[in-house]
Each structure stands twice: as structure tokens, then as C-alpha cells.
Ligand binder design. Structure first.
Ligand code: S3P
Length: 214
């Protein structure tokens, strides 16, 4: 009799999206998970659900340090998952152990945008405590410069300024599907986006811009 082999389901690595506030992690993450039939989770939602408090209340009551502690606990949880698209809060990268835990089961993509574009997307919003300053544009520039070395730890960097969701998602999908079963290089920071040779001038001219909500 022929022996039957049971096929074990593949444990697909997660896609983790890191990047500054307003780079589109949530909007792109949700769309990407639907397209790739992966599940979706957001560390900020995990924090809010577990603590039964809003992010802005956590900052007001426990300060940024209290929030970062809860954020690391959320990272501990999500880094045990497989086959998820995981969006993270913009400051998750500030703690090195968060990044190394996330990298264990995941390919990490950093979404980027220009300070002007970030301001356009989130400057008017009130639910991000760190941007409630007298000069949000200046805050964005300063924080982006401070955080640049942390975001550079991503496996891949994808520019989102003047690009549609579909273009950004196509880049992530292509890289993910090509590399998900290969051992991934650590600290390999390939850049994709506006100036990538991959996009022809025709593509750039023909794709309409789309407004984003995060
Ligand atoms: C933060 C980003 C926020 C949220 C918190 C702190 C940060 O998430 O985690 O307000 O330090 O950049 P988003 O990046 O989803 O806005």
C-alpha cells in the first residue's frame, strides 16, 4: 500500500509594517492582509484592547514610559504569531528588543514619507499625543531625524509619498512572495519607491493619487 503523506501547512512569516506616524501602516496593512489572505493585527489596538484605555489616555495617565511598557508587552504577543500582517506604532522601533523579536518570524518593511506629506496626512488629527505640540511640522521633522537610525533596521524600506496604495502594496507583495521562505538578510535596507528604477516614468504619470486617512 502506498504510504500517505500528510502535508503540513506552511508557517508563513508575518509582514511587519514599521514607520513614522502617518506613513500609512494601518491603511496599507489592512488592504495588504485582505489581498494576501493573511490576518491583520495592530499593536496599538492590542494595547487599547488589553488595557481597556485609549492611547491618548495612557499617555496622559502613565506618560510615554508607561505606554512604551505596554507596547513591548503587545510586541511579545504579536511576535509569536505567523501569517499575519502586523502594523505597529511609530515608536515601536525605539526599543531594540522589540525590533529583534518582531524580526524572528517576520519580514519587516518600513514605510516612509516626506515630512510635508506626513503633516498633510496627520497634522490636523488630535489622537496622536506626540504631535499635539505648538508646531507639529517642526516636531515631525525633529522626530523623523531622531528616529531615522531606528527605522533603518527594517529589512526593506518603501516610500509612500506621491504613490497610491496599490503601488506600495504591489512592492511589498512582490518582495514578500519572493523572499518569504529564504533566510532573510538582517539589516539589509533596500529602498523602493518614487525613485526606484523599477517604476517606469509612464507608470508614475498614469497612476492617480489617492487620499489616505492614516
Ligand atoms: C507613536 C505612534 C502612534 C502610537 C503612539 C506613539 C509614536 O501610532 O503608537 O501615539 O511614538 O510614533 P501610529 O504610528 O499608528 O500613529
Amino acid at each position: 500500500m502506498r504510504k500517505q503523506f500528510k502535508q503540513t501547512p506552511k508557517r508563513n512569516p508575518n509582514i511587519v509594517l514599521i514607520g513614522f506616524m502617518g506613513t500609512g501602516k494601518t491603511s496599507i496593512g489592512k488592504r495588504l492582509s485582505a489581498q494576501l489572505r493573511m490576518r491583520y493585527i495592530d499593536t496599538d489596538n492590542v494595547i487599547e484592547r488589553d488595557s481597556q484605555r485609549r492611547i491618548s489616555d495612557i499617555f496622559a495617565e502613565d506618560g510615554e514610559a508607561g505606554f512604551r511598557k505596554l507596547e513591548s508587552e503587545a510586541v511579545d504577543k504579536v511576535s509569536k504569531l505567523y501569517n499575519f500582517v502586523i502594523s505597529t506604532g511609530g515608536g515601536v522601533v525605539l526599543k531594540e528588543s522589540n525590533v529583534s523579536k518582531l524580526k524572528e518570524n517576520s519580514i519587516v518593511f518600513c514605510l516612509t514619507a516626506s515630512p510635508e506629506e506626513i503633516y498633510k496626512r496627520v497634522g490636523h488629527q488630535t489622537h496622536r499625543p506626540l504631535l499635539q505640540t505648538p508646531d507639529a511640522m517642526d516636531t515631525i521633522r525633529t522626530m523623523l531625524a531622531e528616529r531615522a537610525p531606528y527605522y533603518a533596521k527594517a529589512d526593506h524600506t518603501i516610500e509612500t509619498t506621491e504613490r497610491t496604495f496599490d503601488e506600495v502594496i504591489a512592492d511589498i507583495r512582490r518582495i514578500y512572495l519572493r523572499t518569504r521562505y529564504s533566510s532573510k538578510p538582517k539589516y539589509n535596507t533596500k529602498r523602493y519607491g518614487k525613485n526606484s528604477a523599477r517604476r517606469t516614468q509612464r507608470e508614475q504619470l498614469s497612476t492617480p493619487r489617492r487620499s489616505r486617512n492614516s
